[in-house]
Design a protein around this ligand. Sequence first.
Ligand SMILES: [Cu+2]
Length: 349
Amino acid sequence: MFFRLRFAPDTASTFAEQYDWLFYTTTALTIFFTILVCVLVLVFAIKYRRGQKINRANAPSHNLYLELSWSIIPLIMGLGIFAWASYLFVQTRQPPKDAMDVYVVGKQWMWHAQHSNGVREQNMLHVPAGRPVRLTMISQDVIHSFFVPAFRMKQDVLPGRYTQMWFTPSKPGVYNLFCAEYCGTQHSEMGGFVVVMDQADFQQWLANGGDDLPAAPLTMVQRGAKIFKDKACFTCHGEQDILQGPSLVGIYGQKRVLKNGETVLADDAYLRDAIYDPGKHLLKGYENTMPSYKSKAEDNNLGGLTEEQVLDVVEYIRSLRLSTPPATPGSSPAVASLTPAATVSGTTN
Ligand SMILES: [Cu+2]
């Protein structure tokens, strides 16, 4: 044979194994009932065909037990499949807290991945086997879709909104990565590979700066800190809340009370909005004096920030913590620091 006939792609994530069980179970049930119905139709058609001398008197018009069983048994099966599939679906929406973060930007027509320690990749994604990985994804232009058949995972990547996807790779190897949303003339060429490595190999790969980059690039937090300084964000966002702007220290993951009385969670999407559209969630006690840092094609990103730079800044803001634990009663208030806490490692949260 010139080609290997394959029924399904590789099975290379824990979800893939679970989804395959679900898929093969529904397929088996479908085949079983299809054959059952076909065989019965054929048997009865032959047995009672015209001209056959067979007793046709007293044919039953209904049978309560038969009708109940062919209603209730499929109902239980259908609900069982529904519960099973729902359980898997909910699982795929809940990344574990200790998942490794990777940030993905889709653009016409390439995938760009960035690891927390600053290693970047184009059309490649290196991940360790046996460890949950969470992708936070956004598009620089149109809708794309991040699709790894061997993981049985697919997630749309949208302009203007972060989407997430997580998986635990289960088998080292090289797997196809596709864009599964028609995104322009070279859509079919938008793809690459996901490389699943042993944990030790991966750590070494990551520490050595990836495949083709100089060693020791800036981490995402360092890059974010640099942008924060270059754009002079600190003049309004310092260690304390001031008239011009609120402090950003320790706000990540906290509830923020807005001017209109609503409360929102300061997560990645909130911080991105605050950079691109500062008036959207105006904080209580503040006026909308901040300019938008939305990058426009015509200014060649000189004034604004690209999606990748926003991810760096968000990672930096995430790292801003109070440098001492909350003060004990009677002592002076905790000192805030605008340098990232040394203990905060981008790969652990
Ligand atoms: Cu695409």
